[in-house]
Design a protein around this ligand. Structure first.
Ligand code: AHR
Length: 640
């Protein structure tokens, strides 16, 4: 294929990469991005959590906790609650035993490294009488044969809850994740102790509450937007379990959490509104704030005459995040954040094209939120979650696209012909099915992927190339979902961008495409004509300039063999190899996938100050490149 690329840009690309954080899915926040390692830390989990139809408190259990000795008795108590938000606690007692205690098995174990872990918990005397209970707190192998870290604490208990804090620094790292955390008495148990909100966190990422490997991986793709906090998790399984931001801010002991939408673990909302906003800021991105729009996953909508409190809550949330002074700003300041957050985009609802949602979104829900928010926050851009059925006045729409590779190839080809009527954000997309089977349902058919594949990632690259070369109308896109805890029963949705367990993480093929688009963005679009149409070459492209005098060429070869392409610039302009940068991902097996057990099946290469192998400049300043089979190539070359 020969590409004739205009020497000068024709228009600005507004396209910028986004990330989509949905709390709770795949134990990707509790058990993942949120660095907390204690599972069921406030005794809220229950095997029936997902069926909790009214977000009721007090349905917890001792799931993921065990006694440390045969004589230990663990009791779930609703007496003498730590707080109204966290009513359950555990009472640890033991009769005729040398020691009693309680151990937590974490999110499928604990990764133990030689770093300081912050431990905090609340305890009281179960009888209410003052007593001193010497305890040992520590990290141990699950079979108790090894102690990695331990501390003794003389717990001076009374009838009041007290917070105890210390640091555990393992003297050696563990060779696997089969480890537990425990608190056990040193000596006789007597009246034991009552415990709640047990927290153990290794060092976190850049002063946030995030697990460093996952947060850094996200930082490295350089998203410009972060959509949060969902997705289906914004909506909740039913109206009482909607994302009520007031329960997701402030002291952890006052956060009740809520019924999980995806996992069976109670959603702690420890990675709450401000924690998500702080992370977004640290990533150098701006939030696209999802606002609950009065519709939940059981298909029920809040009736029009009862929407008022939900609209008021959305307004309060925006005042809390954006105001400089006043009641809500003061509340934010009291939680340690003086400056307002900076963001421009608010999405009202999630996927309101689906099911019964469409019957109420256009008819009344959208307009009610639109008018109230626009009145108090005229500076914000309101994104609709659909344009169907009467939606008016939206400044943008969020479309979602889960597909097979061929569906995405076809879509990418059609992107040049997209209507220019309203900016499009694609804040959820991914290849989720290999397309090799005749699945009528790509979500549940046998072709559903466990992990992103090479060909899937290349299809996503064609989609991103189509979006950025049409960046006058495609403003953003976000792969979804981001995170997957690979533990047994911890994953509900595959494939995902980053898979991990308690200690290890793997970057998928799709991750690397996000990396390339985030690190080699374009600012301006260079129109291009092709000698061979894409539907016969199966080579996809985008050409733009980066605002610093460089042409950024992205070329995706989806063929099983190598292909030569030529890039010629119009009007006598030339490309120069000086300071050239490049990035390439390729492989022979289109179904290859990176997994925790095979993390380097497909790994990209990058280079600077040289052209990649197979690329050369000719005397007239044109570029010829041999694109390897199944490859994505990014070149950044000076425009002379
Ligand atoms: O990304 C997973 C889910 O897919 C989201 O929660 C939802 O918005 C979509 O249907």
């Amino acid at each position: 294929v020969t590409y004739n690329v205009a020497a000068k840009p024709s228009r600005r690309s507004k396209f910028a990469l986004a990330a989509f954080i949905e709390t709770n899915i795949n134990s990707g926040t509790d058990g993942g991005l949120y660095a907390e390692t204690i599972r069921n830390r406030a005794f809220q989990d229950n095997v029936n959590n997902a069926a909790n139809t009214n977000n009721a408190l007090g349905r917890g259990s001792l799931l993921h906790w065990t006694g440390t000795s045969k004589g230990t008795k663990l009791t779930l108590s609703l007496d003498n609650s730590l707080s109204a938000a966290l009513p359950q606690s555990a009472i640890v007692t033991g009769q005729k035993t040398d020691s009693c205690g309680i151990a937590n098995s974490g999110f499928e174990g604990f990764s133990v490294t030689k770093q300081p872990y912050k431990l905090a918990f609340y305890a009281r005397s179960p009888t209410g009488k003052p007593t001193t209970v010497p305890v040992e707190v520590g990290l141990y192998s699950s079979d108790s044969s090894k102690t990695f870290a331990k501390q003794t604490l003389p717990l001076k208990l009374s009838g009041e809850w007290q917070k105890f804090e210390t640091t555990l620094t393992p003297s050696q790292a563990a060779s696997n994740n089969n480890n537990v955390f425990a608190i056990k008495t040193q000596g006789a148990c007597n009246d034991g102790f009552q415990l709640n909100l047990v927290s153990l966190t290794p060092p976190t990422w850049q002063g946030t509450v995030a697990r460093p490997d996952l947060a850094q991986a996200l930082a490295d793709i350089k998203p410009k937007y972060v959509r949060l906090p969902g997705g289906n998790d914004l909506e909740g399984n039913n109206i009482p379990s909607w994302f009520n931001w007031t329960n997701a801010v402030g002291d952890l002991k006052n956060r009740p959490g809520r019924t999980p939408t995806w996992t069976s673990d109670w959603n702690t909302e420890g990675l709450g509104l401000m924690e998500l906003m702080n992370l977004t800021e640290k990533w150098g991105a701006q939030a696209v704030l999802g606002i609950y729009a009065g519709y939940s996953l059981d298909g029920k909508a809040v009736p029009q005459n009862q929407l008022g409190p939900y609209i008021q809550s959305a307004l309060n949330q925006l005042h809390f995040l954006l105001d400089t002074t006043g009641r809500w700003a003061d509340l934010r300041k009291s939680y340690g954040r003086a400056a307002p957050y900076k963001f421009q985009h608010v999405e009202i609802g999630n996927e309101d094209w689906l099911g019964a949602a469409v019957q109420t979104y256009g008819p009344y829900r959208w307009a009610a939120f639109r008018d109230a928010i626009a009145k108090e926050f005229p500076q914000l851009t309101l994104i609709a979650s659909t344009l169907l059925n009467g939606v008016e006045g939206a400044k943008a729409v969020d479309n979602h696209f889960y597909a097979t590779p061929s569906q995405l190839f076809a879509f990418a080809e059609g992107m040049d012909a997209t209507s220019r009527a309203i900016p499009i954000w694609e804040l959820e997309y991914a290849v989720i099915n290999n397309g090799l089977t005749n699945d009528s349902d790509i979500y549940s058919g046998p072709g559903r992927l466990k992990h992103p594949t090479l060909i899937g990632a290349l299809a996503e690259a064609t989609f991103l190339a189509g979006a950025e070369r049409n960046g006058d109308i495609f403003y953003s896109a976000a792969y979804a979902p981001l995170f997957q805890n690979e533990g047994t029963n911890l994953t509900q949705w595959t494939p995902d961008l980053l898979s991990f367990n308690a200690g290890q993480m793997v970057k998928s093929t799709s991750y690397y495409i996000q990396y390339a688009w985030g690190n080699y963005p374009i600012e301006q679009i260079h129109d291009t004509s092709l000698s061979t149409p894409t539907n016969s070459s199966h080579i996809y492209h985008s050409f733009g300039s980066d605002g610093q005098g460089h042409l950024v060429a992205k070329l995706i070869n989806t063929n099983a063999g190598a292909r030569d392409v030529k890039v010629q610039l119009g009007s006598g302009a030339k490309l120069s190899a000086n300071g050239a940068k490049s990035w390439q991902m390729k492989g022979n097996d289109p179904q290859a996938a990176n997994t925790l057990s095979n993390p380097q099946a497909v790994v990209p290469q990058s280079s600077s100050n040289e052209l990649p192998p197979g690329a050369q400049l000719t005397g007239d300043g044109s570029l010829t490149v041999t694109l390897p089979a199944y490859s994505a190539t990014v070149l950044n070359l000076a425009l002379a």
